[in-house]
Design a protein around this ligand. Sequence first.
Ligand SMILES: Nc1ncnc2c1ncn2[C@@H]1O[C@H](COP(=O)(O)OP(=O)(O)OP(=O)(O)O)[C@@H](O)[C@H]1O
Ligand SMILES: N[C@@H](CCO)C(=O)O
Length: 325
Amino acid sequence: MINGQVLVKVPASTANLGPGFDTLGMALSLYAWIEMEAVPGGDTVIELYGEGLEGIPTDKTNLTYKVAKLVFEEAGLEMPELRIAMYSEIPLTRGLGSSASAIVAALVAANALAGSPLGEDKLFQMASELEGHPDNVGASLFGGIVVSAWDGTRAEKVRIAPHENLEVLVAIPSFQLSTEKARHALPAKLDMKDAVYNVACSSLLVAALASGNLELIPFAMRDKLHQPYRAPLVPGMSEILEQATSRGALGIALSGAGPTLLALVDRSSDRKAELESFLLDTLRAYGIEAQTMWLAPALNGPELAIFDAGKTVTFMERIKGEVRA
Ligand SMILES: Nc1ncnc2c1ncn2[C@@H]1O[C@H](COP(=O)(O)OP(=O)(O)OP(=O)(O)O)[C@@H](O)[C@H]1O
Ligand SMILES: N[C@@H](CCO)C(=O)O
């Protein structure tokens, strides 16, 4: 067990990229930080900083504490009382992988605190099981674009380095949409034609991303498996999906389970302002206020730092140079 503090920085993620439902993920340049230390003889304390984590519990029902407990159990070690501090730029319940980032951050931090008994693959397996699908957690854990398949027992993945010209525009509506609710909107059965369409688009998209063939993205980034069923949950989404590629996007999708809409954009495009206005104006026409952010694919997974006990620097002082203003 480490006698000191463990600090972990984890990227947000977008899942599906349109057709790759529960399979494709990409890490994004928006981050969550967690600091964890054992407090022998003390009580567990969970400190949440910033405005982004409002409503998250600060007792042992907190997701990060429960995940840390699983790590200690899996390693066959006694669970210590913990101090957990967290700060997140990733808006909750918006389709940007906040729960996956919390799971990955807690897995990596608790494993480091326990002396790293579990390997990266074990953490990926645990994360996929905790989240219920490997797309977001894979991206947060490995960075870049991650193609993964999970059969309910084991997850396998291949990481793709994102093309250097890829930029990401997200439009984040002001309302929350839980993954649970967005999954309930999906049908139990799918038409064979739609299934074939998605296999084709998802396969082509992976091949286009892996070969750096950005011209194929507008054709490949289309979906008939989940987005049509989720569209009624996000007013304006259908119009945006239909028109964004003619307004400057390379590709457009619902980010994860939504409600955020995510456009892939060529960094050198001179139509960025037009695209941003189109997303905001269309959502506003349907009565939805949204915030846009220009992001990049995050190339790396978690960053880990370990500090000796006898701390003189606070958590927020440690990360303040890095967080968004
Ligand atoms: N930092 C955190 N600490 C503790 N719990 C968190 C944290 N971040 C997210 N969660 C939990 O995850 C829930 C959000 O998960 P949900 O899957 O609905 O949305 P999301 O992960 O933001 O979006 P998506 O999975 O579509 O990308 C929150 O309501 C909260 O319960
Ligand atoms: N693949 C998942 C991501 C959200 O957690 C979904 O679309 O439901």
